[in-house]
Design a protein around this ligand. Structure first.
Ligand SMILES: Nc1ncnc2c1ncn2[C@@H]1O[C@H](COP(=O)(O)OP(=O)(O)OP(=O)(O)O)[C@@H](O)[C@H]1O
Ligand SMILES: [Zn+2]
Ligand SMILES: [Zn+2]
Length: 808
């Protein structure tokens, strides 16, 4: 039996006073039948009864609450935006990621729904209100009202007038977006009747003639706008036809569907190789048995992992289930999307940052309403409101973009596993270079381990050479190109084959420095140098967005010898045009891909062979499958190795293996040239051999000796404040609390200032807890977090990051 919702527990959205404790509200009679958990409501909160938004977590009919309860003011939704699964996932997420529940609930709904609502006052009795109030309304009877912006004493006068019933307060909930509605038309007559109507038309009624003739051949409903274009008719003609009763017009929700806009050819399942077939069979058995088993699919580059995913998804769909496939944001290339859409058509929904808020909202609704049964998306798509999940796939599972860097600091892999438990379905983690964590779990049997050790058709992996740049840089006129790479590009250009060149930009930037006094141009808000941007002709801070003009004289000594240092893609592009004037070059980096669709366009042009060389940052390392690419060059392999992060080698190895895998995927043999200043480093030597297994062993040994993950769990605690002393004080207090709470087997690294201590005028201090088993730790951290929230007015903030991916 459905309980009548007389009371509701609401998680309120109050940024300055967050708590995971729900508040109980009374439900007004007129909402009793409408209110259900997962809906958003507007409720009065705190002493001033400020109106805020909240999520209903639970409704019930008996309250054991003694005091007087406030009432829910209004409903934001007519239907719950969060289903039962999401309502269960939220608290778990909040607990495991040390986040506030409200941010966990918000992250599950599309940004378009993170509604802004405004208040509106309506004048109901204009004769008895004070003059000031009447003046506020002017000639209107309704006016938007923002408590914060209306000064006293007017504010109090308005509120008093409201209390005494002279004004009414309304909520205008502008869910920033409404579903898009478009006009459709349909013939109201049958074919014979239409033909008869045509014969009776006056000779000069040419437009109506066109329309009716067309309709007599096309009985189905059609979008009016499209028809106007197609038949060159005006809206007037349609209105006339409607008046005469020949057509009916109606509005229909039209989803902005990014898939429909792609012109994708249908593809059929391929005949699987034995290794692929074994992987597919293992996973679909778990779908059928409804087991939440996690698989690690370790397959070398070009081994056909994607085809495995597609056939697993097809099986889930055949069982009337749904499928979720996560890919890193940057590999959501048109190529990848086409492969999925080509197989499953319009039942695919796409969720990624390239979509507008409106498009995402519509995709989300298609999923929620069950129209889309396959979801492909980046990190946050892990929350896609699919029902009856049959399988969750995470491609390139080692990618750090699966971890969100702001609250809630979740890893998509963990959320996927939670959902898999909820739905009793398997999870597939795929990669050519799995994260050490996942590979270690496969070793221990926690994950089931599937392998695709060969490329399709037993194509060899490309041959990789390491070039020692300590020698080479002296030899050529072009500091970024070794002779070997120049020669290799030359040959590919002559053979009309394609080249991918990658400039590794991790931990790296081009900055301005004075040659006379060594002055470096820094951001005024952060402890970091400004980065030079050629296309906007300015200096920018990548942390806070600060931008300023390029200096022509040194601000410190006045010298004109101020120059930029470092290699940017723009500079390399210039070198390339000098080296190979005949080559057609496409550049892909943050600057050329800023505009919507630019990323896709560049890749399409490269795929259509409109360019010979694709030059880019790490963006180009993943997922690309172009048959004519026979050379991959890495200009600077080791910028990341210099970073004091224990994952530096792992990241370097992964990146080099991924990018090498772009070469020689079809008939023609591939070659890879890696330029490096560390040719003896094991990450480079093993990337050269593309030997993941050996790298895994070697790296595990190092992690074991250093006491790093996956041998230890880690948690990073960061304190930040506007003043350095406050941040330091906070982190030392935290340190003391933790020290007494932790067992002797746990280790605390730090406290230390962060590598970039000041960002956007705030100072950052951190400590890292390494531990194996600390049953009391989570509770202790949660309490620290709640406590720090109470002292938030001082501007001191504590953030807690479980298994952080960046340690510096
Ligand atoms: N069973 C098969 N028979 C023939 N060709 C196949 C088969 N499976 C996959 N292919 C083709 O082999 C190529 C490589 O496959 P795919 O891109 O799926 O590999 P991958 O393992 O996902 O690669 P990467 O990790 O490097 O992106 C693709 O062009 C794909 O169409
Ligand atoms: Zn800055
Ligand atoms: Zn100077």
């Amino acid at each position: 039996m459905l309980a009548i919702a007389q009371y509701a527990e609401v998680i309120v959205d109050v940024p300055t006073m967050q708590t995971n404790q729900p508040y109980t509200y009374k439900v007004k009679h007129n909402f009793e039948n409408e209110l259900s958990p997962g809906m958003r409501v507007i409720v009065p909160f705190g002493r001033g009864s400020r109106l805020v938004q909240g999520f209903v977590m639970r409704v019930f009919s008996q309250a054991s609450f003694a005091g007087e309860l406030k009432e829910i003011e209004a409903l934001t939704d007519l239907e719950p935006v969060l289903d039962a699964e999401a309502l269960a996932l939220g608290p778990w997420l909040a607990q495991t990621t040390f986040s506030f529940l409200i941010s966990c609930l918000q992250v599950m709904i599309p940004s378009a729904l993170r509604a802004k609502y405004s208040k509106e006052l309506e004048l109901t009795n204009k004769f008895n209100v004070p003059e000031a109030v009447r003046a506020f309304f002017g000639a209107h009877t309704k006016k938007l009202f923002d408590e914060q912006k209306v000064a006293e004493p007017l504010r109090s006068q308005l509120l008093t007038a409201r209390r005494t019933g002279m004004l009414k307060l309304n909520y205008v909930v502008n869910d920033r977006l409404q579903a898009k509605q478009v006009s459709f038309i349909k013939a109201a007559l049958d074919k014979a009747e239409l033909e008869q109507a045509v014969s009776k038309l006056r000779a000069n009624a040419r437009n109506l003639h066109t329309l009716l003739t067309y309709l007599s051949q096309h009985p189905q409903a059609m979008q009016q706008g499209l028809l106007e274009k197609k038949l060159a008719l005006s809206p007037e003609t349609f209105r006339n036809a409607e008046k005469k009763g020949w057509i009916t017009r109606f509005k229909q929700v039209q989803y902005r569907n990014p898939v429909r806009q792609l012109n994708v050819k249908r593809t059929v399942p391929r005949h699987l190789t034995p290794a692929q077939a074994a992987a597919v069979a293992a996973v679909i058995a778990q779908i059928d048995q409804q087991q939440p088993t996690t698989f690690l699919l370790e397959g070398v580059t070009g081994s056909g992992k994607t085809e495995v995913y597609l056939q697993i998804i097809a099986h889930a769909l055949a069982q009337k289930k749904t499928a979720l496939m996560l890919v890193p944001e940057i590999s959501l290339t048109p190529q990848m999307v086409k492969r999925v859409v080509g197989r499953f058509g319009t039942q695919v929904a796409l969720l990624h940052s390239g979509l507008s808020d409106g498009e995402r909202f519509d995709e989300w609704r298609r999923i929620k309403e069950g129209q889309a049964t396959v979801v492909v998306g980046a990190r946050s798509a892990v929350f896609a409101p699919l029902k009856r999940l049959g399988v969750i796939i995470i491609d390139e599972e080692h990618e750090s973009s699966y971890k969100q860097e702001k609250m809630p600091r979740y890893h998509a892999r963990d959320v996927a596993k939670w959902r898999a438990d909820f739905h009793s379905c398997p999870v597939v983690l795929g990669s050519a270079t799995p994260s050490l964590e996942s590979r270690a779990r496969a070793q221990k049997g926690v994950y089931r381990w599937l392998k695709l050790p060969q490329r399709i058709n037993n194509k060899p992996l490309p041959q990789v050479s390491l070039i020692d740049m300590r020698q080479e840089a002296k030899k050529t006129r072009f500091p970024d190109f070794s002779q070997a790479l120049i020669d290799a590009v030359e040959i590919r250009l002559a053979k009309k084959e394609q080249v991918i060149l990658m400039l590794n930009r991790r931990g790296y930037s081009s900055f301005m420095m004075c040659r006379d006094c060594g002055y470096v141009l820094n951001c005024p808000n952060c402890d970091i140098s400004l980065t030079f941007h050629l296309d906007t002709h300015s200096m920018k801070c990548h942390y806070c967005g600060h931008e300023e003009a390029i200096p022509h004289v040194c601000p410190s000594c006045g010298s004109r010898q101020i120059r930029y240092y470092g290699t940017g893609t723009q500079k390399v592009e210039q070198e390339l045009t000098q080296l190979f004037p005949q080559a057609r070059i496409l550049r892909m980096d943050v600057d050329t891909t800023k505009r919507k669709g630019a990323h896709a366009r560049i890749l399409r042009e490269f795929g259509e062979r409109k360019a010979d060389i694709l030059l880019g940052t790490q963006m180009i390392a993943k997922g690309l499958d172009y048959p004519d690419v026979t050379l991959v060059g890495v200009l600077n392999a080791d910028t990341a190795l210099g970073l004091a992060d224990f994952r530096a080698s792992e990241r370097t190895f992964q990146l080099l293996t991924q990018v090498s895998g772009r070469a020689g995927r079809a008939q023609k043999e591939g070659k890879v040239i890696i330029q490096t200043y560390n040719p003896e480093h094991y990450a480079l030597l093993l990337a050269q051999k593309q030997d993941y297994e050996q790298f895994f062993m070697r790296e595990m040994d190092i992690r074991h000796r250093g006491g790093y993950p996956p041998y230890y769990f880690t948690i990073q605690v960061t304190a930040s404040a506007p003043a350095e002393s406050q941040a330091a004080k906070k982190i030392f207090e935290t340190y003391k609390t933790l020290k007494t709470a932790l067992s002797s087997s746990a280790v605390i690294l730090g406290p230390t200032p962060k590598a970039i201590m000041r960002i956007n005028k705030r100072y950052y201090y951190q400590l890292i807890i390494k531990y194996k088993k600390e049953p009391g730790l989570a509770a202790c951290l949660s309490e620290l977090l709640q406590k720090s929230q109470r002292s938030e007015r001082t501007g001191v903030l504590l953030t807690i990051d479980r298994e952080p991916l960046n340690f510096i």
